[in-house]
Design a protein around this ligand. Structure first.
Ligand code: BGC
Length: 433
């Protein structure tokens, strides 16, 4: 019998955790981020290097997940490995990703594939990245080749956080308006052979709304042509946008400019991936940011577990399209707070589902402490820590607690997280998939 105060989720709700190839695999040498990480001075705090070597540890990592009770793994396949030179598709790279899918299936973990998560093959970035007029066709060709080669997955995301540059680019460029910043941009542009706009994160608005949305649509159609039964969607970064009384017009404008314009284009897809980390408040003085005095995470975000349910409610109201929470998480060293954050976020989501919002699954970001892009290995989002000198995995209490939630298909109730022994969970294979 489940505890009386357990907030049960609908049958079939997907309990997962997420990562992205560049952040965990290591040695992703043919992509644009790798190149930008290695110029001097760099926009990136440190290079990704071996990351957490998931390239050689995928099987063990999935065994750990399965042992914890986490039922689905959202990971990305890396275009720069699959097509390292234009037109050359590596059957070896595709074969490895098939073995990753199989490793999930063998452990009873549902694989959820992302086809693009921030990185591009360097050759595509040199052609203009998303600003290249042929970008959508090239992306669709890659999706087609990968989808035809891979099988066994039921859910796929085309592009991760397609809308993110709409709200980070301007601030990013402003911050580079110093002597050091200009030198970092110049070094990046030298290796890209063109504007810094050619990296996904810094893509201009018109390219996101043009080639970006077209790439999603063409990529989706290519995946569906190979696998008509696979559920395909795109994911968006959605902040919980709120307003002080009197500042609602600013909030509404931001909602439209950063999210609405993309949501309207994908209404009616199989699902929309919602990724939320925080809330921002539009103020009467025209500024927007975290509420003054509110606790923050190490990312500088307002620590706000309620935000994800708010954004899901809003996306549902706007689109009527089923939602997968493809990312939500908390960064910092205080694992007690991480546990509490997840509990609170899930309680709020439970309320939203009870109110009729069609949310089909939740993927905690991230399964591991990993490479946090420009911030390097500083911020720690993981349920599982990693000693990067030995690559030993260290399961945190939040991982065991989340596994218990997944097994119980519900949050709350008198559950106590068991202590989990990582050695017992891993397959014992030294290296391999
Ligand atoms: C991205 C992840 C990133 C996370 C935490 C999302 O924007 O999809 O790659 O690590 O947020 O910042």
């Amino acid at each position: 019998m489940p505890p009386a105060d357990l907030k049960s989720f609908p049958a079939g709700f997907v309990w997962g955790a997420a990562t992205a190839a560049h952040q965990v695999e290591g040695g992703n040498v043919h992509c644009d981020s790798w190149a930008l990480e290695h110029v001097t001075p760099s926009l990136f705090r440190e290079p990704s290097g071996d990351a957490i070597d998931q390239y050689h540890r995928f099987g063990d990592d999935v065994a750990i997940m399965a042992g914890l009770g986490i039922a689905a793994y959202r990971f990305s396949i890396e275009w720069a490995r699959i097509e390292p030179e234009e037109g050359f598709f590596s059957t070896a790279a595709l074969g490895r990703y098939q073995r990753c899918i199989d490793a999930c299936l063998n452990r009873g973990v549902e694989p959820v594939l992302t086809f693009h998560h921030f990185t591009l093959p360097l050759w595509q970035a040199r052609r203009g990245g998303f600003t290249d007029p042929e970008f959508a066709d090239r992306f669709a060709r890659y999706c087609e080749r990968a989808a035809k080669a891979l099988s066994g997955f039921k859910t796929a995301c085309t592009i991760n956080e397609l809308n993110l540059p709409l709200f980070i680019r301007e601030g990013f460029l402003k911050r580079q308006e110093t002597e050091k910043g200009r030198a970092r941009v110049a070094a990046a542009e030298a290796v890209l052979g063109g504007s810094v706009d050619h990296h996904f994160l810094f893509t201009p608005r018109e390219a996101i709304l043009g080639q970006g949305l077209a790439a999603h649509a063409k990529g989706r159609d290519a995946i569906k042509a190979a696998h008509p039964d696979v559920q395909v969607g795109v994911t968006f970064a959605v902040q919980d946008e709120q307003a002080e009384p009197g500042a609602e017009a600013l909030r509404d404008q931001r909602r439209q400019d950063f999210y609405g314009v993309c949501l309207d284009a994908v209404k009616g897809d199989d699902f929309i991936g919602v990724q939320t980390y925080t809330r921002v408040v539009a103020k009467l003085d025209g500024t927007v940011g975290p509420e003054a005095g509110h606790p923050r995470t190490v990312m500088g975000y307002e620590d706000r577990p309620q935000a994800i349910a708010q954004t899901c409610r809003w996306v549902w109201e706007r689109t009527g399209t089923p939602i997968l929470v493809t990312e939500n998480g908390w960064a910092g060293d205080d694992d007690h707070r991480r546990r509490a954050f997840v509990d609170e976020a899930l309680s709020e989501l439970h309320g939203a589902i009870a109110d009729g919002v069609d949310i089909r699954g939740y993927f905690y970001w991230s399964l591991f402490d990993n490479y946090e892009w420009m911030a390097g290995y500083g911020p720690k989002f993981g349920l599982i820590g990693v000693d990067r000198t030995t690559q030993q995995r260290q399961i945190k209490p939040s991982a065991a607690a989340y596994g218990e939630i997944a097994r119980a298909n519900g949050v709350g109730g008198a559950r106590s997280a068991k202590v989990v022994d990582v050695e017992a969970l891993s397959s014992g294979a030294p290296v391999g998939l």
